[in-house]
Write a protein that binds this ligand. Structure first.
Ligand code: MG
Ligand code: MG
Length: 258
């Protein structure tokens, strides 16, 4: 059950995580009004293939694209389309890779400025809640410690936590055990052990926590159609401090929430 990775597997996961991180930045550089989400998808696919990897989501359970791009009230699993970005949009980009037999998976919610103050706060708090969760990803803690930290930060700022979709272990499969919910109780759930690789991915809503799936069979949207944000990083549990494999540093080199 513990799903402990070898040093070699962690090294390959790190290579995937780095490529996913660079791909998210490459996509982010192209986010501006008038660009379609399909254009962003091709940029990502080309970038991943140019680096000798394959898109992790393409064909996964029949998924048609490289990225999931979820706009505004879309929470996750938005399918790239001819939709053209406009000012005020939240653009949540989720990216996966497969390289040397293992997976990478991370997500970042960009904004097309100008955005409203409540949306700005939603984005900031969702990213912060991810880091609160990562602080708990240490040997001897339980999954519920991560879940509780994410939930407490999001809810204490007046936002709500999506229940139906959760983080996960990652390795030879994109989704492995354990599930990592973004809500829960301290001290509950599976024990975290050094060498476990997990994706922590808060999906946080401005309004109700409730969601529904669109008729396309993929897109998840907030029930009240208010905005949602999503940030995801891959980490390896260690003693004292998690080893954070993916990173937003390539994004932060050129992008700042305004
Ligand atoms: Mg993801
Ligand atoms: Mg994931």
């Amino acid at each position: 059950m513990h799903n402990i990775k070898t040093e070699e597997e962690i090294d390959i996961l790190k290579q995937n995580a780095d490529l996913v991180s660079r791909t998210l930045a490459e996509v982010g550089k192209n986010i501006k009004p008038g660009v379609s989400t399909l254009e962003l998808d091709s940029i990502a696919e080309q970038f991943i293939r140019d680096h000798g990897a394959v898109p992790g989501f393409l064909g996964f359970n029949g998924y048609p694209n490289t990225l999931c791009i979820s706009i505004n009230s879309e929470v996750v699993h938005g399918i790239p389309s001819k939709y053209e970005l406009k000012e005020g949009d939240i653009v949540s980009v989720d990216c996966g890779t497969k390289y040397k037999g293992l997976y990478g998976d991370s997500a970042y919610s960009f904004a097309v400025p100008p955005i409203s103050d409540p949306v700005k706060k939603l984005l900031k708090v969702t990213e912060e809640s991810l880091y609160k969760g990562i602080e708990m990803a240490i040997d001897g803690n339980r999954v519920g410690d991560i879940s509780h930290a994410v939930q407490r930060h999001a809810e204490s700022n007046g936002f709500s936590v999506v229940r139906e979709l959760v983080g996960h272990g990652i390795g030879k499969e994109m989704h492995e055990r354990p599930e990592v919910p973004n809500y829960g109780n301290k001290g509950k759930g599976p024990k975290l052990r050094s060498g476990m690789a997990i994706c922590i991915e808060p999906m946080i809503n401005l309004g109700t926590k409730n969601i529904y799936q669109e008729d396309d069979g993929w897109t998840i949207r907030t029930y009240d159609r208010k905005p949602s944000a999503h940030f995801e990083l891959t980490v390896v549990v260690q003693k004292e401090k998690a080893n954070v494999l993916s990173t937003f540093k390539y994004i932060e080199e050129f992008y700042e929430l305004k």
